[in-house]
Design a protein around this ligand. Structure first.
Ligand code: 4NP
Length: 158
């Protein structure tokens, strides 16, 4: 038995991309029978306490993933000691996390798409001001990212 790993996904508002990534990882881990703790947070404070955007909920629900019980929160310095991995959706989120990170942090920080072969350094685009197609793209990205992340955890455990 390896210990349960914990992952915090971070975007700007914590109502679109990072809750979708949280749901996608939970679903993928359950399907593989892997024990992982998933959570999400935002670098911004605008939406604290809110459920995910209805468009994010609808997209996830169409893939059998329920996001309705999640509530947005803001990432804090203490998260760097609570999680093994902190995973940013885009390069702005990554910069914000690097500014917030304590000098001695437990968490390893990366971009979600760094876990996808051939997509290292790419961002999951912000869908907030666009149409429904943006949410479909996010779902495809977070699903691919979640699978790559679980592959990486498998390799680490190996
Ligand atoms: P998210 O999307 O970072 O994927 O949750 C956004 C949600 C809200 C805002 C921006 C992006 N906003 O400006 O309020």
């Amino acid at each position: 038995m390896t210990e349960t790993r914990s992952v915090l996904f971070v975007c700007l508002g914590n109502i679109c991309r990072s809750p979708m990534a949280e749901g996608a990882l939970r679903a993928a881990a359950a399907q593989r029978g892997v024990a992982v703790t998933a959570a999400s947070a935002g670098t911004g404070a605008w939406h604290i306490g809110e459920a995910p955007d209805p468009r994010a909920q609808a997209t996830a629900a169409a893939h059998g993933v329920d996001l309705s019980q999640l509530a947005a929160r803001q990432v804090t310095a203490a998260d760097f000691d609570r999680f093994d991995l902190i995973v940013a959706m885009d390069s702005e989120n990554l910069s914000a996390l690097q500014r917030l990170a304590p000098a001695e942090a437990r968490a390893r920080v990366s971009l979600l798409l760094d876990f996808v072969p051939g997509r290292a350094g790419q961002s999951v685009g912000d869908p907030y001001y666009g149409g429904p197609a943006g949410f479909d793209r996010v779902w495809a990205d977070v699903t691919e990212g979640a699978a790559g992340l679980l592959d990486a955890l498998d390799r680490d455990a190996g």
